[in-house]
Design a protein. Structure first.
Length: 478
């Protein structure tokens, strides 16, 4: 990584020095091509060394090679809207398509379920960016009657390509998972493509060249930043599935989204002060869409907070609070037939003392998972406290409750549980069963009676199910 940074800095410094010194243009072109080749080589080496899960580095290389090939043809509309489209434009626009494909590949790999909060955050930023792009770049291009229609359409395709790249890049950065050097290098490359592209378009619209030098420097720096992602081990994590279900709405993210939401009215104010077209329908539509996106984001945040309030953080099961609400709901139902299973992990204290709390947590999570797989859809599985779990079985007869309890008993002890490294242990549970209305007359007494049955199961040797109908303790088959 150090050698790459040194080489990149040297190439960029040489480009700046030779350009300011008035060297022939071919010198700058050669330096730019060398920098691009060094960058692509770094990405290729990194792809071979770190082997990401998808082929995004090779797609990235393909897109940059299209740029290289396009450079051998006349510039086309990049030279100004007075110039007709050329073959170079075909290669450059294809490179945008491949770049968007690359970003989509990364996003899809990181968040296969398309995390809604990250999507909404990226949508807020994209709508604001699209509005500004239309007002200050795309519409002026399309309104330039001095240029032919093909020229205007091709010229407008460039900012559209930049907008798509920025949108998917924002989606990647806002997915909530951890990011490494490679991910931020890739994002920096996208930004150092979009910004100089926009400056170059503004120059072309104004018929000026005031940004030409800065644009060239930024393009070169962006290409070198791209290569940086291939020199860092975090390249293998760029497309790794995100372990975070939803991004946290922290102060920095909230500030960014607030500023993005204010860009639409700010654009209206700027246009008014300039005496320029106000784009009232467009800005009103953008404000309405931004409002809906923000409301959707806040609604999702409220839903997450509510879910967290009734979900056990360690196991992912419902909490005791949620269970109490579900039991209370039985009182108002016409069909009040139900059952409660109360489970306790046998000798759990010994597990904690022997394998530590990490080992104990592994056992709790695995038992919770096996419990969830053993019950029916619609049953309520909750962590009752410590090593105790409870299952509420709505509309269940005593015989069916016993069958489900036996199934849970078998599922828990069926396979050893890993408690750390290569160490595995076999875990068993004791289960107490209480039914409504067979055993009790009100829902509130179900857990109390199930707890008494659980006590009998433990007293009788553990690893078994006990119900009120048992005249003798039924020992589970080994």
């Amino acid at each position: 990584m150090v050698w790459y940074l040194a080489t990149g800095a040297a190439l960029l410094a040489a480009y700046v020095f030779t350009t300011l010194a008035g060297a022939p243009a071919v010198v700058g072109i050669v330096l730019g091509q060398v920098a691009l080749m060094v960058s692509l080589a770094a990405v290729a080496i990194g792809a071979r060394r770190y082997r990401p899960a998808t082929r995004w580095p090779w797609l990235l290389i393909l897109g940059m090679l299209l740029v290289v090939v396009g450079g051998f043809f006349p510039s086309g509309v990049l030279a100004g809207t007075a110039s007709p489209p050329s073959v170079a434009d075909v290669f450059y626009l294809l490179s945008y398509a491949v770049g968007v494909w690359t970003q989509m590949t990364i996003v899809r790999s990181r968040t296969p379920a398309w995390s809604l909060p990250g999507l909404l955050d990226a949508g807020i930023i994209t709508v604001s960016a699209a509005l500004l792009s239309w007002i200050y770049v795309i519409d002026p291009i399309l309104s330039d009657t001095d240029a032919g229609l093909p020229t205007r359409l091709v010229a407008a395709a460039y900012p559209l390509g930049d907008l798509l790249l920025a949108a998917f890049c924002a989606r990647h950065l806002l997915d909530g998972g951890p990011k490494g050097v490679a991910a931020y290098s890739l994002a920096g490359y996208v930004m150092l493509t979009v910004i100089p592209d926009t400056l170059n378009t503004l120059d072309a619209l104004a018929g000026e060249t005031r940004w030409t030098f800065l644009v060239s420097v930024l393009w070169m720096a962006g290409g070198l930043l791209l290569g940086l992602c291939g020199t860092h081990p975090s390249m293998r994590d760029v497309d790794a599935p995100s372990a975070v279900a939803a991004p946290d709405l922290g102060p920095a993210r909230l500030t960014m989204l607030a500023l993005a939401s204010l860009l639409a009215p700010a654009a209206l104010l700027v246009q008014y002060l300039r005496g320029a077209p106000l784009y009232v329908p467009l800005i009103c539509a953008s404000c309405g869409l931004l409002f809906l996106l923000v409301i959707g984001r806040l609604a999702g945040l409220v839903a997450i907070q509510r879910r967290m309030a009734v979900t056990d953080a360690l196991t992912g099961l419902w909490s005791r609070r949620y269970l109490d609400g579900a039991l209370s709901g039985l009182a108002g139902r016409r069909n009040r037939r139900a059952a409660v299973l109360l489970l306790d992990i046998d000798h759990f204290k010994r597990v904690n003392d022997t394998y530590g709390h990490d080992g104990g947590d592994r056992v709790l999570r695995e038992v919770a998972q096996r419990l969830s797989q053993a019950v029916r859809r619609g049953d309520v599985s909750a962590r009752y406290g410590g090593e105790e779990f409870v299952v509420l079985l709505p509309d269940t007869a005593p015989d069916d409750a016993r069958v489900i309890a036996d199934r849970i008993l078998t599922a828990v002890r069926s396979e050893p549980i890993t408690v750390g490294g290569d160490v595995t242990i076999t875990v068993t549970v004791s289960i107490g069963v209480a039914c409504l209305p067979a055993d009790v007359s009100v829902p509130g007494e179900l857990t109390l009676l199930a707890d008494q049955m659980l006590y009998r199961a433990k007293e009788s040797g553990r690893n078994r199910v006990v119900t009120t109908s048992d005249t003798a303790v039924v020992t589970a088959a080994a």
